[in-house]
Design a protein around this ligand. Structure first.
Ligand code: B12
Ligand code: SF4
Length: 469
């Protein structure tokens, strides 16, 4: 059987603009790995390979897939549908499936909206997709857990698939099918991404992860994680590995075992992680640093105490300050993800958040606009209260105003967002802070002479963008 998996594009968003990030579709590569062995599998990463729908259609014609699967996050749904429609134009017999967060949360809706879509895989695809592929031929779709599909003009939902408990047992993502040389941070560092755990025990109101997977965190063992890091170092020319878990540092003991394993094996690759958990423990951060961790991306999300309570984030500003100070002292580059203008926040609260970022001084605060993703508690509340003013899913990238609250209008939140970026980044002290970090990275060999032209180009582009905001 031939299976073609496609990562569709989306509107340009903040990570691409500000951090010059092009990241691989790791979930799709996990699905590809599960399908390999007996099947011919191909992945097209449309944004990374800069392929448009005409090019993709030609590749569908030549590859002749039996099954075509598309990753579908909310902000990618229009392009995901375009791929599904193009597929059926090439050959109506190709079976089309969608997976990913948006499809998982709104399976019936996406099937109703697009008659060319045959089935949706809800949640993890590793076990479901190969089973689905086999069951189609034997006509046993009713037995496949975790799918929603069409049958005689009806939409049928099967029972859910239990989560995979033993993540060590699944194969590494099929990176050999991805254009690995295209994935970059700051447009110049060659990166690979890894997922060392899945899920999250918290239930933040705006988050799709808890809405899809419940509140269970599952982790791979330190040995299994570092085996994959070693595999990456042996097989790819990399500058950095980024852990893109939902919550990498939830179990500090496990994180420290990963650090021990890295140091015992003498792995020298710099790495970073994204986590919603902020560790205030200096000795923990020190250990991370010793094991090569150089980039921390924190989901601070909200700095206003009002929103911390309503959005179920439980981090005090004092804790944030401690983490920022400790990680700065250790020479780690800090990215802080902040949402501006959540319901209940006034203009003054937003200005307070911008001020706090200036005090905390991460190198890269990223300011997002509140975006009610379908299936979340935030979406339900915003809908009930008539806050949602933008219904086009492709705008749901967190860079566009979507909701209007009693306190802040759409126009005002747009203006405050631009103000946040300009106020923060165009200050001499922010530029000085970034130059200081740059020099630390050069001294420690993370930044090499070959990175300099790319970094300079990226910085110039960012400044032009800031001026035009
Ligand atoms: C890493 C990550 C990023 C990274 C990298 C993105 C990338 N290209 O890889 C960065 C930091 C850049 C990022 C940015 C953003 N992200 Co993000 N991100 C994630 C995160 C934490 C992990 C994704 C991941 O790799 N998971 C691990 C793999 C194994 O899981 P998976 O992708 O879900 O794949 C499994 C299943 O979905 C399924 N599957 C996946 N694809 C397919 C395809 C088919 C055909 C089938 C059948 C099944 C299937 O099988 C896979 C294996 O089990 C997710 C959270 C999450 N758990 O999804 C959020 C998440 C996807 N991001 C989200 C958002 C909102 C964004 C941003 C818009 C803004 C922001 N403020 O974060 C930007 C948009 C960037 C962009 N253009 O993609 C939301 C999306 C919500 C939604 N309803 O669509 C999520 C769910 C987070 C959340 N808290 O709600 N993100
Ligand atoms: S801590 Fe992060 S991953 Fe967990 S529920 Fe909240 S936003 Fe989602």
């Amino acid at each position: 059987m031939n299976a073609l998996l496609i990562h569709p594009p989306c509107e340009r968003e903040i990570y691409q603009r500000f951090l010059g990030l092009t990241a691989p579709p790791t979930g799709l590569a996990y699905v590809a790995a599960a399908l390999e062995g007996g099947n011919k599998v191909k992945i097209i990463d449309m944004p990374a390979e800069k392929k448009d729908i005409t090019k993709v259609k030609k590749e569908i014609e030549t590859f002749k897939p039996d099954i075509l699967g598309v990753y579908c996050a909310t902000y990618r749904v229009a392009h995901a549908n375009q791929v599904i429609n193009a597929t059926k134009e090439v050959d109506a017999n190709i079976r089309t499936i969608m997976g990913g967060p948006h499809a998982s949360l709104l399976a019936e809706d996406v099937l109703k909206e697009n008659p060319n879509l045959d089935a949706v895989v809800c949640g993890e695809g590793d076990m479901t997709v190969p089973e689905l592929a086999n069951a189609w031929d034997s006509g046993e779709l009713a037995k496949v857990k975790g799918i929603v599909f069409r049958e005689n003009g009806r939409i049928v939902r099967n029972p859910p698939r239990p989560l995979i408990d033993d993540l060590d047992s699944i194969p590494y993502p099929a990176r050999h099918l991805l254009p690995m040389d295209k994935y970059r941070l700051f447009e110049t560092f060659k990166i690979a991404t890894m997922v060392s755990s899945r899920g999250c025990p918290y239930g933040c109101h705006y988050c799709s992860v808890s809405a899809i997977y419940g509140r269970k965190w599952r982790a791979r063992s330190a040995k299994n994680v570092v085996d994959e890091m070693e595999h990456l170092c042996d097989n790819y020319d990399l500058d950095l590995i980024m852990f893109f878990d939902d919550n990498f540092d939830l179990d500090r003991k496990r994180t420290e075992s990963i650090c021990d394993e890295i140091m015992e094996r003498g792995l020298e690759i710099p790495w970073g992680y994204e986590s919603s958990i902020l560790s205030t423990d200096r000795s923990h951060l020190k250990k991370l640093r010793e094991a090569g961790c150089r980039i921390l991306s924190y989901g601070i999300e909200t700095t206003s105490q009002k929103s911390i309570t309503t959005m179920k984030k439980d981090i005090s500003t004092q804790e944030m300050k401690e983490v920022m100070d400790n990680s700065k002292e250790l020479g780690m580059l800090r990215i802080a993800n902040v949402i501006l203008g959540l319901p209940g926040e006034t203009r003054e609260d937003v200005i307070e958040s911008i001020k706090l970022m200036k005090e905390l001084e991460p190198e890269y605060p990223l300011f997002f606009l509140p975006t009610p993703y379908p299936g979340t508690k935030f979406h339900d509340t915003a809908e009930k209260m008539g806050m949602i003013k933008e219904l086009d899913w492709s705008k749901y990238t967190t860079a566009n105003p979507i909701i209007e609250t009693q306190e802040i209008s759409l126009e005002e939140v747009r203006e405050l967002n631009a103000k946040a970026y300009k106020d923060f980044y165009l200050r001499p002290s922010a530029i000085k802070n970034n130059l200081r970090m740059l020099s630390k990275f050069i001294k420690s060999g993370v930044i090499k002479p070959r990175h300099m032209p790319g970094l300079a180009y990226h910085q110039m582009k960012t400044w032009v963008w800031l001026m035009r905001m």
